[in-house]
Ligand binder design. Structure first.
Ligand SMILES: C=C(O[C@H]1C=CC=C(C(=O)O)[C@@H]1O)C(=O)O
Length: 367
């Protein structure tokens, strides 16, 4: 493959045809996306988050690890290399919806309503303090859909988010734009965030007033992360909560900064953090089981985590939110929201509709 071919990524389809794993990702604040591939051997399959200790590579981890849905590690020799993608790769006829044209489904599906009531009952009887209910939406793929063009548009539109497009034979093609760091850092300086609570931007600006439900939802995540870090003897510096950008939405965010004596046990740390109550619930283990038993569909790699892991270099792992799986004929979008006992069915449905739009607005309209 020539430099020119990589730059224009005309060979992306060829990678998939050859079943060659790759990832392209754009870290917020960086100008160019980074590209990596595994040129020899098979990707590494891992069946326990703890086994990520001392591993290096591009990680694609599911919400729930199983035989059918393992953690996949693309073992590239080096981290992604900056790739100046040309603007010209976005076809002229690629329609990007403006927010006025976006189509929201006003009333919720029966499946969602049934799950919502099951979840609310378990919250009202105090079995749980918080639960995250999610869903997927599958649409037919139009022939003009190009994952790479969608990736490029996402980079341009969602400057504050981590954008990725990846493929392995085990996971298929995934594309996402996530605002949530799970773990990032290098050497002695590390970060994570507590991100929850959702409001649309107001005239493109961050909303400054947040109601009690949103604040409480986010506080649960903050105190969980504080507690989990302390369980490993990690005392973090906290900053927040403050409103942060996430595409056309905003969330409340608290930053955690901490040092690690060594980075030999990042797998153990990830196992303690994942899944946070931003995607799961409290108490953690019971909420995890409850979601697997009652959500009614398979989250697959949505609400898992994704990104470059390197105990001897830099790590940038994000929670896999606002994502889609690109099938042969279909596109499947995923989104969820945190529920408290006081949550309202329609509000929560609308919130998932807005989150689904993050990816939907990157796809050409069905004619
Ligand atoms: C679970 C999702 O978002 C999480 C992150 C930020 C805000 C959230 C919320 O307000 O519910 C969710 O906890 C999702 O996008 O699917």
């Amino acid at each position: 493959m020539t430099d020119e071919e990589i730059r224009n990524l005309t060979t992306i389809d060829a990678f998939i045809q050859r079943k060659q794993p790759f990832a392209i990702y754009r870290i917020p604040g960086e100008e160019y996306p980074r590209f990596l591939t595994q040129t020899t051997g098979e990707v590494c399959l891992i069946y326990d988050v703890k086994d990520l200790d001392r591993q290096r590579g591009f990680v694609i981890a599911p919400f729930h690890v199983s035989e059918a849905c393992p953690i996949v590690l693309i073992q590239s020799e080096q981290p992604g290399q900056p790739l100046p993608i040309e603007e010209g790769i976005i076809p002229d006829d690629f329609s990007v919806f403006s927010s006025e044209e976006e189509s929201f489904i006003a009333s919720c599906s029966e499946e969602y309503a049934a799950c919502f009531h099951t979840f609310i009952e378990a919250l009202s009887n105090h079995t749980f303090d918080k639960l995250v209910l999610s869903r997927s939406l599958t649409i037919q793929k139009v022939s003009e859909f190009s994952p790479l063009a969608a990736f490029r548009i996402a980079c341009r539109r969602y400057v504050h988010s981590y954008i990725y497009l990846c493929y392995t034979p085990q996971t298929g093609i995934w594309l996402g734009s996530t605002p949530e760091i799970l773990l990032s850092g290098e050497k002695k300086e590390w970060n994570t965030v507590a991100l929850a609570g959702t409001q649309p931007l107001q005239g493109g600006k961050l909303p400054q007033i947040w109601d009690d439900k949103n604040r409480k939802e986010q506080e649960y995540v903050t105190s969980y992360i504080r507690h989990q870090l302390l369980s490993l003897g990690i005392r973090a510096t906290e900053n927040g909560p403050y409103p942060a950008y996430a595409g056309a939405l905003s969330h409340l965010k608290t930053d955690f900064q901490f040092s690690l004596k060594n980075s030999e046990t990042l797998g153990e740390l990830l196992n303690v953090l994942h899944p946070t109550p931003a995607v799961c619930g409290l108490p953690k283990e019971e909420a995890y089981r409850f979601i697997l038993d009652n959500e009614g569909y398979d989250r697959s790699y949505y609400s898992g985590f994704i990104g470059w892991l390197d105990p001897d270099g830099r790590t940038d792992l994000y929670v896999n939110l606002r994502c889609m799986q690109v099938g042969k004929e279909t596109l499947t979008f995923y989104a969820g929201g945190g529920l408290l006992a006081s949550s309202e069915l329609n509000d929560e449905w609308q919130e998932t509709e807005k989150k689904l739009q993050t990816m939907r607005r990157l796809t050409p309209a069905l004619s």
